[in-house]
Design a protein around this ligand. Structure first.
Ligand code: CTP
Ligand code: MN
Ligand code: MN
Length: 582
């Protein structure tokens, strides 16, 4: 196995000569301010498209690409750190040139549009400083004890720092012992604090007194190093290590946590194929699906696709039980553009009516051939659980639910996602829940029988999206590292060649009276929920779950007609879902 891997690596580096298409171009990418995985991806992509990329700055380099904003910064960096002068004929370019070359698969001529200016334009200097000042004035950072007391937007200016802390968090989580779990939480808290910071952090003194960073010497060192060097060597080392990359890949398997991932690694597995060969008989149902559809389940779900799935589910549910409501929660309701799954809360205005919907709905979805996997659990909620012992931390809720893998025709997704705008604009003003997805079902059915022709087009479109997104370092942000593409040859999945797409969907069945609590719990983020539960317990002597709020002092359950009222009970300022992205 290892020798096979080595051979492959050798092959990759030696393909250069024969596969270079643009012989006059030798690109050097300055690795500063570019995450390691992104850099690797950029190099791989460029080589695949026939460009020569060199890892060493030399006189042969013809094009330098970087995230620096000015030519002077590049010249200084190369002279100081790489101890070589930039050849006078060498072009010093913005990342946009690289991205456009990848997109057009050609070595684009260099124009002024792509050349970095010698210095920042005066207006830019003024602009950036006044924007910073404005930001600070506009939203002053709230140095609160609990993350739920702060507003944490999805887009924020400190991703470079939070991405690094999240790698450390994940790494600690992978180690699985108590000590490392505590470390993981400390990294998580620190990154949550920075996510709520309203302006770009440039100096250590901006953050050293943040409550969630106070004792965190390690976190501070990481931040300091990134502020000084543009990257943190420890994080780079971890992110580049074989162990981390493989555990990351394994934990991307549906149903595989860090403990199992480590077991697979320790038994010598280095790819999903190894796991399949060595552990096939002991794999759980989830894990088998997780490996078979690895590529699909690790391709981020788009917002419109989530809406399509909601519509399909809602249509069937309403047909079985009129007035049933189906709402998207989870990351999408917090404003995320991509997610790893679709979380749907299913309810009915009349308490208890939703109770026997689960099986009827699942049977219907099965008969439509829309389900690849289901794991159902009946409702196990009972009120006296609050007054007994405290519910264990991180305990799952007690709703009837089904964790599913849906099976959707690829072309139906493409078609539906592009015509969903049309459906929306025609119907949303009335009742989005009642939009008929009959046409979608019909489409799915038709597509099933006609062996799909446009898979190839579709696949290449998706590929391009992810490639270019990574180059630009933009939209797939927040797809945590688990979503990083893995070596295609590691997967022998049938899914990539089939005309279906597998998607994770959580269906939760909620009685009307508990709905606001379920909505709060399932909207997340996990960190926000952890924090608001901590706050309730420690500051208010109340137990908050996805079912209700129990006041231990008064010994009674509090009711709420909406999420706002839950915040009021807790004397907390209300936070919109879009502010709960910690
Ligand atoms: N949740 C829960 N019980 C579970 C799983 C999830 O209460 N068994 C809640 C968590 O509080 C979480 C939310 O449901 O915040 C959504 O979970 P998940 O889908 O894992 O995360 P998202 O925030 O939706 O992120 P993603 O976009 O990756 O799906
Ligand atoms: Mn989710
Ligand atoms: Mn989920």
């Amino acid at each position: 196995m290892l020798s096979h891997k080595k051979k492959k690596l050798k092959l990759e580096t030696s393909t250069n000569i024969s596969s270079i298409r643009f012989r006059d171009v030798t690109i050097f990418i300055i690795p500063i301010r570019i995450q390691r995985l992104r850099l690797e991806h950029m190099k791989k992509l460029a080589r695949k498209k026939g460009f020569e990329i060199t890892d060493i700055m030399s006189e042969n380099v013809t094009h330098i690409v970087s995230e620096f904003k000015t030519k002077n910064e590049v010249l200084e960096h190369v002279a100081d750190k790489l101890v070589i002068n930039v050849p006078s004929s060498c072009e010093i370019l913005s990342m946009q040139w690289f991205v456009d070359c990848m997109e057009t698969e050609s070595a684009l001529p260099v124009t002024d549009k792509y050349r970095l200016p010698s210095e920042k334009r005066e207006e830019e200097k003024n602009e950036s400083s006044s924007t910073d000042e404005r930001n600070v004035e506009k939203t002053e950072y709230k140095n609160a004890k609990y993350a739920c007391q702060r507003s944490t937007p999805f887009h924020h200016p400190n991703h470079k720092l939070t991405d690094a802390l999240e790698i450390l968090e994940k790494h600690a989580e992978f180690l699985t012992d108590d000590h490392n779990n505590a470390r993981a939480l400390a990294f998580r808290k620190a990154s949550a604090a920075l996510k709520a910071y309203p302006s770009e952090i440039k100096m250590m003194n901006q953050v050293e007194n943040l409550k969630d960073l106070k004792g965190g010497q390690h976190c501070k060192q990481v931040i300091q190093e990134i502020l000084d060097e543009g990257f943190c060597s420890e994080v780079e080392r971890i992110a580049g290590s074989e162990w981390y990359k493989i555990i990351l890949m394994f934990t991307g398997v549906f149903g595989c946590g860090p403990v199992t991932a480590k077991k697979w690694f320790d038994k010598g597995c280095r790819s999903l194929e190894d796991v399949r060969k060595q552990f096939f008989n002991s794999l759980s149902r989830e894990q088998k699906i997780g490996i078979e559809y690895y590529s699909d389940l690790n391709t981020p779900v788009r917002q419109k696709e989530a809406e399509l799935i909601r519509q399909i589910v809602c249509d069937e549910a309403v047909r079985i039980l009129p007035e049933t409501t189906v709402a998207i929660t989870g990351g999408f309701s917090r404003g995320k553009e991509y997610g790893h799954d679709v979380d749907l809360l299913i309810s009915h205005p009349e308490e208890g009516k939703e109770a026997d919907l689960l099986h009827k709905l699942l049977n219907k979805l099965k008969s439509l051939n829309l389900l690849l996997y289901t794991s159902t659990k009946e409702n196990t909620y009972y009120e006296s659980m609050y007054s007994a012992t405290e519910p264990r931390k991180g305990h799952m809720d007690h709703y009837a639910r089904c964790f599913c893998v849906f099976k959707l025709s690829k072309s139906a997704i493409t078609a539906a996602v592009s015509d969903i705008d049309y459906v929306d604009s025609e119907n949303t003003k009335n009742s989005p829940d009642n939009i008929s997805s009959f046409s979608l079902h019909k489409k799915i059915k038709i597509e099933e029988s006609v062996k799909n022709k446009d898979i190839n087009t579709k696949q290449s479109t998706e590929k391009d999206i992810s490639d270019n997104d990574l180059c630009l370092n933009k939209p797939i942000r927040e797809q945590p590292i688990r979503d990083q593409p893995i070596n295609k040859s590691d997967i022998t999945s049938t899914s990539s060649s089939s005309c279906f797409f597998a998607r994770r969907v959580d269906l939760i069945f909620v009685p009307a009276s508990q709905y606001p609590f379920a909505l709060l719990g399932w909207t997340g983020s996990r960190m926000f929920i952890r924090s608001i539960r901590d706050y309730s317990r420690k500051e208010k002597n109340m137990i908050l779950t996805s079912h209700g709020l129990y006041d231990k002092t008064m010994k009674k359950l509090l009711t709420a007609k909406d999420e706002r009222e839950i915040f009021q009970h807790l004397c907390l300022e209300y936070r919109e879902p879009s502010e709960r992205n910690c």
